[in-house]
Every structure is written in C-alpha cells, then in structure tokens.
Design a protein around this ligand. Sequence first.
Ligand code: MSP
Length: 646
Amino acid sequence: MSNRETFYITTPIYYPNDKLHIGHSYTTVAADALARFNRMKGLDVMFITGTDEHGQKIENTARKNGKTPKEYVDEIVASILELWKLMDISYDDFMRTTDERHIRVVQKIFTKLYEKGDIYKDKYEGLYCTPCESFWTEHQLVEGKCPDCGRDVQPVEEEAYFFRLSKYQDDLLKLMEENEEFIEPKSRRNEMINNFLKPGLEDLCVSRTSFKWGIPVPFDKDHVIYVWIDALSTYISVLGYMTENDEKYKKFWPADVHLVGKEIVRFHTIIWPAILMALGEPLPKKVFGHGWLVLEGGKMSKSKGNVVDPVVLIERYGLDPIRYFLLREVPFGSDGVFSNEALINRINSDLANDLGNLLSRTVTMIEKYFKGVLPSAVAPAPIDDDLKELAIDTRRKVEESMDSLEISNALVAIWELIGRANKYIDETTPWILAKDPSQQDRLGTVLYNLAETLRIISVLISPFMTKTPTKIREQLGLAEVDKFTSWKSLDSFGKVEAGTKVKKGDIIFPRLDVDKELEELEALLPTSSEEEEDLVNVAEISIEDFEKIDLRVAKVLSAEKVKNADKLLKLELEVGDETRTVVSGIAEYYKPEDLIDKNLVLVANLKPVKLRGILSQGMILAASDDEDNLVLVTVDDTIKSGSQVG
Ligand code: MSP
C-alpha cells in the first residue's frame, strides 16, 4: 500500500451531442494540468472525465441523423477520445454513462434513495416548451415564456419520481455558510446562497416517461432516470461505489475538486451534495466554477456557427501553444477571450520571443563560445543571486497558485522567471565577456546559470505543456531522468552538469507572421460570434433588456486606417464632453476623410476590447446586406453629440 496522499479531480462529463469545441477543451486541459502537477508533487492522483450520453436531446439528434442513440453517441465519443489523446489528457479513467458499470450503480443509488423515502412518486405538473423539449417551473419562466427561447409554454402533467431536495435546504445553507472553501471563486458561492438557497428549494423531478433514452428506474420500467442524478453519480460510480470492488472509492472519495464551468455550479453545489447527504456519504471538498472561453462578441455556440475547433488549431500550431493559450488566457474564475489575434500574440510574445529565444540564445552561445560543451560555474558574481533565487522561489509561487487553482497565475510566475533570465543575458552581456580572455570563467558561469534556469523552467512548465519540456532538455543535452525532470529536482540550483554536450535543434516556437496568420485563420475559423446570425433565430428581448443598451450620438473628430489591418479604421469620437476611441471594421466602405464630422450612433456601454493593440470603447452602428453593402447609421447634425438614441 502506498502511503502517499491522494488527489481526486474530476471534469464534468461532456454531452456527446456534437463535436467538442475549444471552450470544452479548456475544462479538461485545466484539470489535466492540475492532475499532472499533483502527480509531480508525489500525490496519488485520480483524474476522471467522461461522457453524459442520455437524454431527450441526444435521442432526437440521433433520430435526425438516422441512427440509434447508441450508434450516434459511439461516433461522437470516439471523436472525444481522439481529441483527448491529441491533447495529451492524462485521465486515469473515462466513464461513459452508457457503461454497464455506471448503469448498475445509478440504479442502486436510485433504489436506495427511494427506500429511504428521499425519492417519492408524484404527479409532475409543469410547463413544457415543445421546441426546446424542456420542462420549466412557473418561477423559471421569463415573463411567462420559455427562458431559453422566449416562446410560449404549455401546461403538462405526468407521473414522475421526485427527490426531496427541499429537505436538505438548511444543511446546504449551513454547508455553504460554514465552509467557505466548498465553492470557489467566492462570488459563485454568494450567487448560490442568495439566488437559490435563500429563496427556497423545490423538490426535484428525477424521472421522465416522455422519452426512453436513459437508465430505467429499476422498479418502474416506464420511467427513465433524469439526467442529473445519472450524470453526477459518475463521480462515484467510476470509483466502484456500491460494488464489491470499491477500493478506489474508499481510497479517493471525497473528491478534492470538481472542476466545472460556471453554468453548472448550481448542479454541483446544490443537487449533488444533497444526493450525497441523502446517501450518507461525504461531500466533495471543493467545487470550482471556472469562467468560459468566449469569443469577442460573446459565447461560442454551435447554433451560431461560431465554434472554434481545437483540432484545426493544434494541427496548425502544435499542442503546447494551444494548451498554453487556454491555461494562460482564462484568468482565475473569470472569462477569457479567444481571438485569433490573441492566440497569435501569445505564441509570438510569450512562446517564440520569451521562452524560445531564451533557449536558442543560450544553446547558441554555449556552442559558439564553448564548442557546445556546458562550462562549469566557477566564477559566481552577486548579480547571479537574483536569478538563482527567483529560479528556486518560482516553484513555491507555482505551488501556491496551483493549490488555489489559479492556473493562469502559475504561468505568470513562470514567465516572470523567463523574463528574468532574458534580462540576465542583457545584464551580463556574454558577447562582451567573450571578447575578453580573462573573462572566460565568468562567461562560463553565466551560461551555466542560464542552462540550469532553463532546466528548471522545463520542469516548471511540465504540468501545462507536454512536449516542450523534453524538447528543451534535448537541446540542453539532458537525459530524461528524475534528477533533471522531477518536481523534487527544483529544490536546489545547480543540477545540470558541466561537461554536458548541448545540441542545438529546431526553433521550438517559430515566430508567426501576424498578417499572414490572421488572414489564413480567418478563412479557417470564425473570430466573432456576431457572424452569420440567423435573423429568425434571434430571441426576442424585453424593453428592460433594450434599455440596458446605451446608444449615443457620436461625432467623428478624426479617422485613420489601422496599421496592417485592411478592414479596420480607428475613429476618435466626441460623445458629449467625452472623447472615445473606437476601432471599426468599415475601412472597405468608407474613406477616413469622408467620415469627419459625421454624427454616428455609438453603443456606448459595450465592454471595451483591444483590437490590434488599440482599446476600442464601444461600437458604431451600421446596416449591411447580403450584397456586401454597408452604410453607417447617421443622425442629423441638429442633434448634439452625446444625446441619447432610443
Ligand atoms: N453534461 C454536463 C455536465 C455533467 S457533469 C456531471 C455538461 N456538459 S457540456 O458538454 O455541456 O459541458 C461540459 C463542460 O464544458 C462544462 O464545464 C462547461 O462549462 C464547459 N464548457 C463549455 N463551453 C465552454 C467554454 N466556451 N469555455 C469554457 N468552458 C466551457 O454541462
């Protein structure tokens, strides 16, 4: 038996109703980084993921595709498994909710809760949205309409089983109030307490008779178990809960962290703990609700046709740049923005310039000045201390960030070290030392310190990037052995050995030509969710929603083309007393000089975004048609700038 501490981490299990997009891969890559980090620290890690395969939506999609549900999900699940392989996801187990080993456990759980009286049979009276195939309660409706599509709902009545969620209301409130760490980030905890627990919980309908594609209620075969009990139980069925083979359950449960996207925090922090309380099992230690990766114009969604395919990106740039981008770009708990430009900038600045250059400069200098043989560090100087101390201290910073699930901050800390090492080259000027025969020992020491710092960096980045660490060590001439690669090897500076032969290899992150890449990527991927929105699918909004949009008259003070961007103009706008900068994609339609003094309509409270490095503070309105015509919305110049429109 191992006496190492355990670490159990889960991702949500994915709906296999379509191919996964880059946003889905964020959750899994983040969990993978945490799993790898904890393994490196010596913990016994269990990392699970899987697929959530039942439900009416899947049943319908399969039918539309002329397949049985199982045939349909088998194909999608195969593509998900391939994606995780491509992304080097190091899961320890993968649970499909259609696996026999899962089905048996869910049925036992359902029966146990029924026998205990926490599940009971009653009439389900609800409101049904036929196009969305969703049931709603009165208070979930928005102005009496379906909260998803805004259409009318019909009252329906059917027999169903219910879970006594309301019984656990007080215990759940106590759990959240007393255990501050149960939900993170904190903002999500407040949302759960104030929006869901305090207003009161209703019992939850946990079976359906309106479709068949689900796990049958074992003692009432007309009913299938509704999707959340089925899906959430994966976290324990995968460990062999309620089977003779439950060693893994005993060893790993309760989970250290359920990593979930922010929209499913409610299921994980209200329904799931209540089920566990009813079963008399311990609760997970933490549910972490991470932010989304969104496109500049909003959420990625298949129906908007704006999903970004991770496979396309990985084929083009390799895996590590994509893993790095995902983990770096979504800050702790908040949303991150995906844009082709942001991706290319990260690759060029953080990877090609900072890390790639550090390696190639170091190895090139060792080849040039020492015939490729790593010199020893016999001539230290005080200036070295700062670099060495940071190299050792970065481990602590990474550990602190990772232990509090601040993955992007861990990368920030590592890139500070990379920046420090590049600065050390500029400070020590090895090319000047090389000209002075009396400085050979000093030059050797500088290069030794750089090589060792790079080795340390190669270890520090291992949880996040799976290919680059070895590539760095290959160029440094280091074998893949514990003393160079393990987390423990970060305990002191000076592990690389003088006399090692370095081997300059290919550039690890080639620099990208921004314009060429952007052009080619635009043809491959959408860049904004505003594209191709189908008018008939645009949901109706209420007057209150409309009033949230602050439309103002804005007078053009100046306009100019944005460098290296054919479509963009930068406008300076007078909005009452204020001056705003807005970047707009109208360069193909308007000459800058023709815009001066025009009174346009500005969406003044749109969240600012950076476009080509310029902060764009709002959006100007234009009308466009299928024939590629575009005309700006203008206002008569009798109206002063800053006036409200609407
Ligand atoms: N099947 C449920 C989960 C059941 S867990 C017991 C589900 N599946 S899902 O496929 O829709 O989503 C899986 C995960 O992907 C969720 O955590 C969700 O937040 C995440 N993401 C989906 N789109 C995302 C982004 N654009 N960005 C980041 N994460 C996103 O929900």
